[in-house]
Ligand binder design. Structure first.
Ligand code: ADP
Ligand code: MG
Length: 608
């Protein structure tokens, strides 16, 4: 039998390889931008026509190439960036495979002019479908200019697969941004169809983000920074109130390279949990610097995927770092009131378990009342049994010490609360808001949102501690539901019991209720359960909470909304105290704002 195996000719092999590296104009833009940066350029122009389908040109002022290199760079596996396999573990450039230029040259008509500073004369190369058409000297500026004309001219199937110009242009802009958002010390210009559309001067990173996304963008961001022995984390994260309905600007960079990393993204989501409404997404620009030995960037040909050796540790550090920034920027009470000190991960074993920073607090501290007051008649039956947070540090209440400061103090913060009176006056506006003076101005609390937050954390804690507060009802209540609701209720009955419902199945589609969580006693049982099941079902569709969490969210939301009792001054103070005992007093579990302070300056401005 005759032999049948043939070695593919280079141009065919290159075309096949090109398919992996160059899927669309944006991939060529990415490779060329990265080469310019690897060449040390500090000024880069990107010029495209017809979404890059007709022309992609990159002009850089980097190192340039010698005449020989100019020819060699189009060969496959031609790279100046690594010499030996061991170099693979110590890569500080974008490229290292030596595939990009060979791939592009295989599927386009390419023209390159390049000149080293030390050379008198530049080199011109014209190459079409891997075939060199011209190779001469010419005159040109220092650096390299590469024009890619008619991408995929010889691969019609690929060309046909490209999307509309608008879409392909947006892919190009995205690649451009991913580079521009890292190299703020490089100036970039971007020309689209003959028009200069973006000009980015050298600037700080924050200015660069502003320049890319609009001049007020920076105001929506807070700084992020943490230096640990595992990774260095810096950058910016969006303030929770600016979270958006679409996954907009979410950028992770590792060692200056844009990456996608669902697991780390999850760490960010977790850090934002309960600070933003469901189905919204925060912006972030997170820059990780990590020892290249801890990374494997080689797992995906287009290199937006990275594998970390110790992802778990990184996950924990990232989440803690974000939470710390929220604390430092008063978005949630700081987790460490000794503040500025960096989180200490020095004792962390590489494979060790992550411990969240511990919270040191005064368990008896109550900003409104000198002592915790115990049971109250309005449904807030339970004294706050958890640590009251030093929430007032959030609001810069001033440096004076309060008159009603607790005697027993653990790690007291420097700036104590200063309420004007022994017991602060609370004003109830329309049974919707509580207004109360604080040192820096007037604080407005949304009662329903505050109640939702308090109930949520209380239920959560009761369930965790296995201490449901069940109050027996005077007469057992029988509830009849339609078949599907009955099925659902049957399914979540164990969790209902954990929350304090004394409930049992009672024949077909019927249930008997002997007791309720004490926070639910004054509610119409039928109405409450029906609403509870409704929001439970909605949550099931929209978000994937575990059963217990879904139930707690649904219950606290429904109980909070149905609250119409006239609040006495004492009850309002209790509500405020309970609110500030919560982990996250500023937002409700469904992400709504709970309070804000109209500060003295704003108030004074109103009268000018
Ligand atoms: P890689 O970047 O993986 O090395 P490329 O095919 O992208 O592979 O480039 C091949 C080589 O050509 C590079 O290693 C570099 O030496 C040279 N080169 C490419 N682009 C430029 C440029 N803009 N300026 C200077 N040298 C370049
Ligand atoms: Mg390259």
């Amino acid at each position: 039998m005759s032999d049948i195996i043939k070695i593919l000719p280079d141009n065919v092999a290159n075309q096949i390889a090109a398919g992996e590296v160059i899927q669309r104009p944006a991939s060529a833009v990415k490779e060329l931008l990265e080469n310019a940066i690897d060449a040390g350029a500090n000024d880069i122009q990107l010029i495209i026509k017809d979404a890059g389908k007709t022309l992609i040109q990159i002009v850089d002022n980097g190192s340039g190439m010698s005449e020989t290199d100019a020819r060699l760079c189009f060969e496959r596996h031609a790279t100046s960036k690594i010499n030996a396999a061991s170099d693979l573990f110590n890569i500080h450039t974008y490229g290292f495979r030596g595939e990009a230029l060979a791939s592009i040259a295989a599927v386009a008509q390419l023209e390159m002019k390049t000149k080293k500073k030390t050379d008198e004369i530049a080199t011109l190369i014209i190459i079409e479908g891997s075939e060199v058409k011209e190779h001469t000297s010419c005159s040109a500026a220092d650096g390299t200019s590469i024009s890619i004309k008619n991408l995929f001219f010889n691969v019609p199937a690929r060309r046909a697969f490209l999307k509309s110009d608008a879409t392909e242009t947006s892919y190009i802009i995205e690649e451009f941004n991913r580079v521009a958002l890292v190299y703020n010390d490089i100036s970039f210009s971007f020309y689209n169809n003959g028009k200069l559309v973006t000009k980015l001067e050298k600037s700080t990173l924050r200015q660069r983000i502003n320049a890319v996304f609009g001049s007020n963008y920076g105001e929506k961001l807070i700084n992020l920074g943490e230096n640990t022995n595992v990774a260095n984390i810096s950058g910016f994260i969006g303030k929770p109130e600016f979270a958006r309905k679409t996954r907009g600007e979410q950028y992770f960079f590792v060692n200056k390279r844009f990456i996608k990393h669902p697991y780390l993204n999850h760490a960010v989501d977790k850090a934002y949990a309960e600070l933003i409404p469901d189905q919204t997404y925060p912006s972030y620009f997170i820059y990780l610097t990590i020892d290249p030995h801890q990374l494997d960037v080689n797992i995906h040909p287009t290199k937006t995927e990275v594998k970390f050796q110790d992802e778990k540790t990184l996950y924990g550090i990232l989440k803690a770092t974000i939470r710390k920034s929220f604390g430092a920027f008063n978005i949630i009470p700081s987790i460490d009131f000794e503040a500025e000190r960096a989180l200490d991960f020095s004792g962390l074993e590489r494979k060790g378990e992550i411990k969240m920073p511990t919270i040191k607090l005064d368990p008896d501290y109550n900003p409104f009342i000198s002592r915790s007051q115990g049971a109250n008649s309005d449904g807030f039956q339970k004294p706050v049994d958890k640590n009251l947070k030093n929430w007032e540090t959030l609001y810069e209440f001033g440096k004076e010490l309060s008159t009603n400061k607790p005697e027993q103090e653990i790690n007291k913060p420097q700036n104590e609360i200063n309420i004007e009176h022994e017991q602060a006056a609370c004003f109830n506006y329309g049974n919707k808001y509580i207004i109360t003076p604080v040192k820096s101005g007037l604080m407005f609390i949304d009662i329903a949102n505050a109640r939702e937050r308090i109930l949520y954390e209380r239920f959560l804690q009761n369930v965790e501690n296995h201490t449901p507060y069940c109050q027996r009802v005077l007469f057992p209540y029988t509830l009849t539901l339609n078949a599907s609701d009955a099925e659902l209720l049957g399914d979540i009955m164990p969790e209902m019991r954990q929350l304090g419902f004394d409930i049992e199945a009672f024949g077909k589609n019927a249930f008997v209720i002997n007791g309720l969580p004490s926070d639910a006693v004054n509610h119409d049982i039928n109405d409450m359960i029906e609403r509870l099941l409704e929001s439970y079902k909605r949550n099931q569709l929209e978000a994937h909470y575990e059963k217990k969490v879904n139930l707690i969210r649904s219950l606290s939301k429904n109980l909070a909304g149905k609250y119409t009792i006239q609040l006495t001054n004492e009850a309002m103070q209790m509500l405020a105290a309970e609110l500030f005992a919560c982990n996250i007093p500023n937002t409700s579990p469904s992400g709504k704002r709970v309070l804000f302070i109209l500060n003295n300056e704003e108030l004074e401005k109103k009268f000018k």
